[in-house]
Design a protein around this ligand. Sequence first.
Ligand code: 5GP
Ligand code: MN
Length: 352
Amino acid sequence: MIENMFSGSDLSEFRIWMTWADRYVILTHMGPDGDAVGSSLALCRYLRGKGKQAVVLVPDSAPGFLKWLPGADDIRVYADDPDSSDDLVYKADVLCCLDFNVVGRIGRIAASFLYSKAKKFLLDHHPYPGANYDVILSHPEASSTSELVFHLICALGDFSEIDKETAQCIYTGIMTDTGALSYNSNNSNLFKVISHLLEKGIDKDEIYRRVYNNYSESRLRLQGFVLNEKMQVFPELSTALITLNDQELRRFSYRKGDTEGFVNMPLQINGVLMSAFFREDAEQGLIKLSFRSTGNVPCNRFSSDFFNGGGHENAAGGEFRGTLQEAVERFRKGLDEWSRSQEDCIRQLFKK
Ligand code: 5GP
Ligand code: MN
């Protein structure tokens, strides 16, 4: 039997809102990924099926490899029209916050979010949820927020209303947040969820191809360049670092989403337990940081200790205001500081 992640009382308030609330705005984090977009579109489709006015609003646009998702054409991008987006947030009855924990993650939407009198509902799997919500369903043990949307719909008694398109969105989120079920997915219940999604008619192999075999030639060449020339491995620190500056990105006709997955690659090297990827974002004037780790190495703590970032134990991120060189220096200093830690989970990086 599939176990629902929510108890009856978890959803009692949301259920009451559903009896009177008509206007739902679904918000997700900056740099929306497969789980952010998949979970948001799945919830949006479900709510529309229940006769609600629902819209997905993202701070900035989703990468091209997610544009095929059912409903993706309807996503509102805050940066495209800030005034009408703010209006949408003010006029909402319910703001559903998916796949992020603290409001800083929704960028410029945060101001209208905080002012809005709407009910605020958080459904997320990042640790340390913030406090600006009326109802918080935070499950860091979940593979993805998309898995939580599946449980939410079922807990509301509407499994039968999950159609093939909703199932496609949910599966995409599960797949992208688990590296195609290669991490964060040792859970038999998750495979029961996937089994139900297959019964709804999804073609999981096709979804894999649409997401992962959808690169431009220049993106694949950028990957070759990165592995050959840009990956630095520090065996004595069990760590690797990749950096890409704006000029290098332009040389390979960089498009949003092209560097997705790069940060995972150094973990394929025997002995590398933590990997970092720093990308210069000249448009926003910052360095985007990504961290990945294996086992119980807490890369989210590295990100928060030295870069004011956050995320999951094995997948975290952050932003750095300064030059790429300064970010690298901070990284080296951070590792130096960590090398003096007495904690086992950190010490294992320095065993060589
Ligand atoms: P990614 O490396 O794929 O951008 O992000 C990995 C994880 O870190 C995601 O779960 C994401 O929510 C979190 N994350 C990414 N960027 C940031 C950031 O700037 N701040 C915080 N707190 N978390 C982030
Ligand atoms: Mn997620």
